[in-house]
Design a protein around this ligand. Structure first.
Ligand SMILES: Cc1cc2nc3c(=O)[nH]c(=O)nc-3n(C[C@H](O)[C@H](O)[C@H](O)COP(=O)(O)O)c2cc1C
Length: 220
């Protein structure tokens, strides 16, 4: 029953100076590590950043978003394109129970299951798709620990091509391997309690939910 936490959670952009214990950071990361992913590919890697100079660099990467610099901790959420390389992906697929080599061949030959067949963009999108679940889990775990978080997607990286020089520097600074990308950041810290909690604004149930077919509002 996590609906209470999901309802309560909001993006925190103002943090107190209180230090975030490593044990809590580890719990948050564990929630991400255990998230579901496509055929269990787990194409992710998380880097915990606390160093002020490095957080400042990450803030530059996000066009100067101040909460990236002021957050006590920033998690760099990297996507690992190697996870989809045939040899590695085949091993992942075959390690799943009940998958025969013939079935693995079929999956590897189908663009529905093998994004590499659709090119680099598809690989990037599929990788981000997997990361999204891990990040969502981490935000909820953060909230249950009383920790505020903000997902940061407005940044320079392979997806946006924005601020390429800063991105190159960030790749070097954080020693990102060649086939990995920085796709998202997650800022973490205890919320500054003097800040007012924003009202949760969402589209209505009628706007976003149908039963049986698009637009039908009556439960069938
Ligand atoms: C993929 C993604 C990217 C986001 N990028 C940013 C960002 O770059 N900067 C920021 O301050 N918030 C960012 N957010 C937070 C959203 O603005 C926020 O989740 C949304 O407005 C709903 O508010 P809430 O999280 O407080 O419920 C991002 C959220 C998601 C899911």
């Amino acid at each position: 029953m996590v609906l209470k936490e999901i309802t309560r959670r909001f993006s925190v952009r103002n943090f107190s100076d209180k230090e975030l214990p490593d044990e809590i950071i580890k719990n948050i990361l564990e929630a991400g590590r255990l998230a579901p992913s496509w055929l269990n590919t787990q194409p992710w890697h998380f880097i915990v950043v606390k160093d002020p100079r490095n957080k400042s660099l990450l803030s530059q990467l996000t066009h100067g978003q101040p909460h990236v610099e002021s957050a006590p901790v920033v998690i760099i959420c990297c996507g690992d394109k190697d996870a989809w390389e045939e040899e590695i992906y085949r091993k992942t697929i075959e390690s799943k129970e009940g998958i025969t080599p013939e079935r693995a061949d079929m999956l590897l030959k189908s663009p529905a299951f093998n994004p590499k067949l659709k090119g680099d963009d598809a690989v990037t999108f599929r990788t981000l798709e997997q990361l999204t679940y891990a990040i969502a889990y981490m935000t909820v775990e953060a909230d249950t620990n009383g920790v505020g978080a903000c997902i940061i997607g407005g940044m320079g990286n392979e997806l946006t091509g924005s601020v390429p020089e800063v991105y190159d520097l960030a790749r070097k600074t954080f020693e990102i391997p060649e086939n990995s990308m920085i796709l998202t950041l997650l800022t973490l810290g205890y919320p500054d309690e003097s800040q007012q909690k924003p009202e949760k604004t969402r589209k209505s149930v009628d706007d976003v939910i149908s039963w049986g077919f698009y637009g039908n509002k009556v439960i069938k």
